[in-house]
Write a protein that binds this ligand. Structure first.
Ligand SMILES: Nc1ncnc2c1ncn2[C@@H]1O[C@H](COP(=O)(O)OP(=O)(O)OP(=O)(O)O)[C@@H](O)[C@H]1O
Ligand SMILES: [Mg+2]
Length: 276
């Protein structure tokens, strides 16, 4: 890890609402009957910036903290992010294996977290789709299955590029991220159609409530369980309550926008709802 700056691990708290959601997601995956081994899980979305990499990272950390031997692989060679989130070098990485014949184990990077290893994207390549249209990626994942209980594959979005569907036959199942308030129904449906026509095993959908667009009952603050708000949030809540009292509003009618948006402290992560 590079010295000085923080990584996503530093922002992760076991008590946070998103950690709870990711533990739930892992439980669901464990129970999911795919009729075959479920070790390699690809996380994708219809379009750009829906939260794939963030969700990959948080899910990997959650799994590692549960003692599951986890590997996170950055296969998004167009907009690689894992090295940034974990504050490590990008090279050597995946392209070293796929293009330059490096041995898989030699590009695995230890994270500061026990049970979590990373394969970053590696050197930029102009052949992002072609590298997945070759047996090397399948061989790498098969080799890694010997060493890890869970392999999470961060990848490019489905609609703009073909990479995820080239990769899909090499994974045991796919989780699709949908960013609430951003991904339109048509776009999400198109992505599902592409996956179905590719005979991809769709494990479920992770609803990323990054913009606080879901109704209030998706908001962890509504439940007020096991959650200690930051000082800034307490101030914001008090302020909101006062405002509500003045307006004589009910707390529920204020919807989901009443909470985390106001916090200026801590990570900017909000709850991710998982459904399948
Ligand atoms: N739940 C969340 N709360 C707040 N911010 C979020 C959340 N999820 C994602 N973001 C932010 O949205 C941006 C895009 O997220 P991320 O990089 O994870 O998406 P992506 O789907 O991997 O994007 P790309 O298509 O570029 O690979 C980032 O700045 C990230 O911090
Ligand atoms: Mg990404």
């Amino acid at each position: 890890m590079k010295k000085g700056s923080l990584s996503i691990i530093d922002y992760y708290s076991l008590e946070s609402p998103f950690a709870t959601e990711f533990r739930r997601l892992l439980q669901r995956l464990k129970r999911h009957d795919a009729g075959h081994e479920l070790k390699v899980v690809m996380i994708t979305s219809a379009n750009l910036s829906e939260g794939k990499s963030t969700i990959c990272a948080l899910m990997s950390i959650t799994a590692a903290k549960k003692g599951i031997k986890t590997l996170l692989v950055d296969t998004d060679l167009r907009r690689p992010t894992v090295h940034k989130l974990f504050n490590v070098d990008r090279e050597p990485g995946l392209t070293g294996v796929l293009e330059n014949g490096l041995i898989g184990k030699n590009v695995v990077r230890k994270s500061p977290l026990e049970h979590l290893d990373l394969i970053t994207a590696g050197r930029p390549t102009a052949e992002a789709a072609e590298v997945f249209d070759a047996p090397a990626i399948g061989r790498l994942l098969t080799e890694m299955k010997f060493y890890y209980d869970l392999i999470i594959v961060d990848c490019a979005p489905i609609i703009p590029v073909s990479d995820p569907m080239l990769l899909a036959p090499e994974v045991d199942g796919v989780l699709m991220v949908v960013r609430a308030g951003q991904t339109s129904r048509d776009v999400a449906t198109r992505a599902v159609d592409i996956m179905r026509s590719n005979k991809t095993e769709i494990l479920g959908v992770v609803l990323n409530n990054a913009n606080n667009t879901l109704p209030y009952y998706y908001d962890y603050k509504y439940y007020g369980y096991n959650y200690a708000p930051s000082r800034a949030e307490q101030r914001a809540n008090k302020h909101a309550e006062k405002k509500r009292a003045n307006k004589n509003e009910s707390p529920q009618s204020s919807g989901s926008g009443s909470s985390a948006k106001k916090s200026s402290e801590g990570p900017k992560l909000k709850g991710n709802s998982i459904s399948n």
